[in-house]
Design a protein around this ligand. Structure first.
Ligand code: C2E
Ligand code: MG
Ligand code: MG
Ligand code: MG
Length: 292
């Protein structure tokens, strides 16, 4: 009977692996031509200042509604798009669309600071990437100083000449860089001094744990101190409750992002959110934080 169970388990696992491989192939296949079929869109999530009334910033997040597979989350399809190389074209589409949208909103008189875009390590390594980013900004009349690129730690650990040249271009044009999901990746922090990073984004997992675990709250405090010591701004992502927000505010965190302030929004909803935050009471976000 044990042998029987063992064999069933084995079959079960192998079928599971088979299903995963099939899903991977389906996604890879469906990604092909997805741009031309207009299957991608962007949603936008605000980042608000923890203190004061300066205008918010906005992060663009990619959405994919495949004609064949239905909606598919970036957590699932981005790693596959990276493996099959399609991320380069998708990434270019995202940058183009973000610059276009930002310029439209700016011309409509909406007030916001910068737009942030997630960039994969593969895009950074692509020859001529930095020049392409600058050219895109110029084409849309969007200042490169207001286009922030969010990179993960894994994109920064390899210190190659190509990467350095890329960052030189960004620095020359004042493109701000942020380290996304900070604290979850690599423990060697040399890259923080090597590359022109302006912002650290504390990973959501720390924010979610900080109220329940004193050690985790120490980690967020340490990240804030580290960032400030290096002359950087610190952002917390995944802020869902007023209690989390007020603790982060007390720790000196500069900007906050998460469902407490807004979910990622369709462009039209984002316009409404920006309008109401512009017209709102001074310190509306700070008030949201204080309520607890
Ligand atoms: P990320 O850049 O760290 O984005 C934050 C993720 O957390 C987003 O998930 C967002 O919807 C979600 N989120 C925001 N606030 C909260 C909150 O309060 N609570 C919780 N539980 N979640 C929150 P999303 O949109 O599914 O994106 C997942 C990841 O996919 C992103 O993580 C980013 O790494 C990647 N991604 C998204 N768009 C792009 C893109 O255009 N290019 C690249 N290369 N990667 C992207
Ligand atoms: Mg991000
Ligand atoms: Mg993040
Ligand atoms: Mg994250």
């Amino acid at each position: 009977a044990a042998k029987e169970a063992g064999r069933n388990t084995y079959q079960y696992y192998s079928q599971d692996a088979l299903a995963r491989t099939q899903r991977r192939l389906d996604i890879e296949h469906a990604l092909n031509g997805a741009i031309d079929r207009d299957e991608f869109s962007l949603v936008y999530q605000p980042l608000v200042h923890a203190v004061g009334d300066q205008p918010p910033s906005i992060e663009a997040l990619l959405r994919w509604e495949s004609a064949r597979l239905g909606p598919c989350s970036p957590a699932e399809f981005i790693p596959i798009a990276e493996k099959c190389g399609e991320i380069i074209r998708i990434g270019d589409w995202v940058l183009d669309e973000v610059c276009r949208q930002a310029r439209v909103w700016q011309q409509a008189g909406l007030s916001f600071d910068r737009v942030a875009v997630n960039v994969s390590a593969l895009q950074l390594r692509e020859r001529g990437f930095a020049e392409r980013v600058i050219a895109l900004c110029n084409r849309h009349g969007w200042s490169p100083t207001r286009l922030e690129l969010e990179l993960t730690e894994s994109a920064l650990i390899r210190d190659t000449d190509a990467l350095r040249q890329c960052f030189d271009v960004f620095e020359r044009h004042g493109v701000p860089l942020a380290v996304d999901d900070f604290g979850t990746g690599f423990s060697n922090l040399h890259y923080l001094n090597r590359f022109p990073v302006q912002r650290l984004k504390i990973d959501r997992s720390f924010v979610q744990g900080m109220l329940h675990d004193a050690g985790t709250a120490e980690v967020t405090q340490a990240i804030v101190h580290l960032g400030h010591a290096l002359g950087m701004r610190v952002v917390a992502e995944g802020v869902e409750t007023p209690a989390e927000a007020s603790m982060l505010q007390r720790q000196g965190c500069d900007e906050l992002q998460g469902y407490l302030f807004s979910q990622p929004l369709r462009p039209r909803e984002m316009v409404q959110w920006l309008r109401s935050s512009q017209e709102g009471e001074p310190g509306a976000h700070a008030a949201m934080i204080a309520v607890q």
